[in-house]
Design a protein around this ligand. Structure first.
Ligand code: GCU
Length: 600
């Protein structure tokens, strides 16, 4: 349909303006039907699954019935079971209430004393838990992976107990990020060496203390020997030594260790950063206890707008693995840009079959902001994460439609008209590709502004920082070429992939263009599939990204009569910002890269 056609239809169908909304109710605005029949059936195959027939919900447990109720609300019929056992949010929340890479206000769990305790924030945490449970999330890590040792002191463990008590009825277990150096940092043992008997004893005692208060505690998440965090290397030990020590402490209670593979600049300093996780972990495959799960980001670098999948998922054959996705938009416009992330995650599952994973972790985008996530549409990413953790075969489109109708539809989940739903769904589905285009198309990566990662800085270089933090390291543009040769003639990062991807990515002729500059160093004059030179193609992508955002803003204007005022205004404001920012990205990057061509 042409644009004029859409406008007319929208105006005709949207006769009334919906009542005031501020986004605080998330997607939980629909009325739960009162005439539901609930029935327990002990022969159902698992605890969390449910069967829905008409308005009858059958499950093996109360939890299954609860999941079933929310499924009924979104219109499901038939039987459904969770794909992953572990469906966990990771909050990067600090104990002072700030959130690392958080763009939606302060932590819902922590705050500086004498601010409210978790119990006083009970209603809020309860609402959070309901939202999580409504999409099947069943675990949450309450604090930043850059963990404070204080997390394990009695005062905080007691607060964790208060939070766990609120989350339990919603089927959500609590987990904690732990600082590997805690026994030493808290001054209770002279070392944190994982093979030292005193240290091992300390962790056992600490774990017992936690389980005494929280019998269903889930376990520990660990960032070790990465970006300045302490770890087993500090004592000449391996990641397996470190993880196994914690696993032994947790084992008697059924707890797990989620050990992160996000490491660089330690043992394999100097090696291509995207190769370092495999270099550190592949040789340890088979050495971890059975309650250790290796948790890896979807891509080998760091949550870039687009990355090829992380080859560590191919290399670890004996170790259970979890994928870590970033819901908070650290590198994707930080709750100021409308970017729906499900298409990116769907892309990931196209390469890494879900059957290789035991769980999914999502770095949360939740804070004390009235609308929870900063941008009204960022709520869709929280929702999509949960839905994909339950069923990774769902399409982005299906999830977008569900979320939209529950978030912007009426209380019965009905949009004012189908046309709006179609128009906004298409906007959502195009938004990730648009962001890739105006930020870093064709495999460009990590050309963000230093530290805060908002905005472009392709010329970024600071002699006194590790080279891996400098954007120029990631594109290496000069007057002839741009991109990093990670093929077998270069760093051989392609060699870490399974076939057919190894060969596909290795050959410049077969490498998908969306990853071209990630894997190859390419002359500016190289002919692309379109027949354009690389330089012309880069310009075309940046321009397309900007044009897409302009179109999103235009589409949003047309939806005005159908969306409640406050949310419409706030989204509109963000879209205007995004339009400006997309231009800033395009203009900065094209000016900088263009300067190499004109300097011939
Ligand atoms: C990124 C992010 C950090 C975070 C780190 C991690 O580097 O910018 O804030 O701590 O990832 O995942 O550990």
């Amino acid at each position: 349909m042409n644009k004029l056609g859409s406008i007319i239809i929208l105006f005709v169908f949207c006769m009334t303006t919906a009542k005031a909304e501020d986004g605080s109710r998330l997607w939980l605005r629909s009325e739960m039907p009162t005439d539901i029949t609930l029935s327990i059936d002990s022969t159902m195959p698992d605890d969390d699954g449910y069967r829905i027939s008409g308005k009858t919900i059958t499950a093996r447990t109360q939890m299954g019935l609860l999941y079933g109720k929310y499924a009924l609300l979104r219109g499901e019929q038939g039987e459904s079971h969770p794909y992953f056992k572990y469906r966990i949010l990771n909050h990067w929340d600090n104990l002072d209430g700030t959130i690392e890479r958080g763009y939606a206000g302060e932590s819902i769990f922590w705050s500086l004393t004498p601010a409210p305790s978790p119990r006083e924030r009970g209603d809020h945490i309860n609402k959070y838990a309901e939202a999580c449970a409504s999409v099947g999330i069943n675990g949450t890590v309450l604090n930043n992976v850059n963990a404070s040792p204080k997390m394990l002191t009695p005062i905080y463990i007691n607060k964790v107990k208060e939070i766990a008590d609120i989350l339990r009825p919603w089927g959500i277990r609590v987990y904690l990020s732990v600082n590997f150096g805690s026994p030493k940092a808290l001054g209770e043992v002279k070392t944190a060496d994982p093979l030292n008997p005193q240290v091992r004893k300390w962790w056992k005692k600490k774990t017992r203390e936690i389980y005494k208060l929280i019998p269903d505690f889930g376990g520990f998440l660990v960032k070790a020997n990465s970006e300045g965090q302490p770890g087993p290397f500090d004592y000449g030990r391996t990641h397996a030594d470190g993880a196994n020590m914690l696993a032994d402490a947790l084992k008697p209670y059924g707890g797990i260790v989620m050990w992160r593979s996000f490491v660089y600049g330690a043992k394999h300093q100097g090696e291509d950063r995207v190769k370092q996780a495999v270099s550190e972990f592949a040789e340890l495959d088979g050495q971890f206890r059975d309650n250790v799960i290796l948790q890896s980001k979807n891509g080998p670098l760091d949550f870039q707008p687009r990355e090829p999948y992380a080859p560590i998922f191919d290399q670890m054959k004996k170790t259970p693995q979890m994928a870590e996705l970033q819901i908070t938009q650290e590198y994707l416009g930080q709750s100021k840009h409308l970017v729906y992330l499900a298409p990116m995650w769907e892309e990931f599952f196209g390469y890494v079959e879900p059957s290789r994973l035991v769980g999914i972790a999502g770095v949360a985008n939740i804070g004390l902001d009235t609308n929870w996530c900063g941008h009204h549409f960022s709520q869709a990413n929280w929702y999509a994460f949960g839905r994909l953790a339950w069923d990774p075969t769902l399409t982005s489109e299906q999830i977008a439609k569900e979320w939209l109708s529950q978030t912007f539809g009426n209380e019965k989940g009905k949009m004012k008209n189908e046309e709006i739903s179609t128009v906004i769904t298409s906007l959502l589905l195009r938004s990730h590709e648009a962001c890739v285009n105006y930020m870093m198309p064709l495999g460009l990566h990590h050309i963000f502004k230093f530290d805060h990662h908002m905005g472009p800085e392709p010329d970024g270089f600071k002699a006194d920082y590790p080279i891996e933090w400098c954007p120029v390291y990631y594109h290496r543009a000069n007057k002839d070429s741009i991109g990093v040769d990670r093929s077998s003639t270069g760093t051989n990062a392609t060699g870490q992939y399974r076939e057919p991807y190894r060969s596909l990515y290795d050959n410049i002729k077969t490498c998908p263009e969306e990853y071209l500059l990630w894997f190859h160093r390419v002359p500016w004059t190289y002919r692309m599939e379109s027949g354009l030179t690389l330089w012309d193609e880069i310009q075309r992508h940046y321009n397309r990204g900007v044009a897409e955002v302009d179109d999103f803003a235009y589409i949003w204007q047309q939806t005005k009569p159908c969306i409640d005022e406050q949310r419409w205004q706030e989204v509109d404001e963000c879209l205007r910002f995004q339009q400006k920012d997309a231009r800033l990205w395009r203009d900065t990057c094209l000016k900088y890269f263009g300067s190499f061509l004109s300097s011939e």
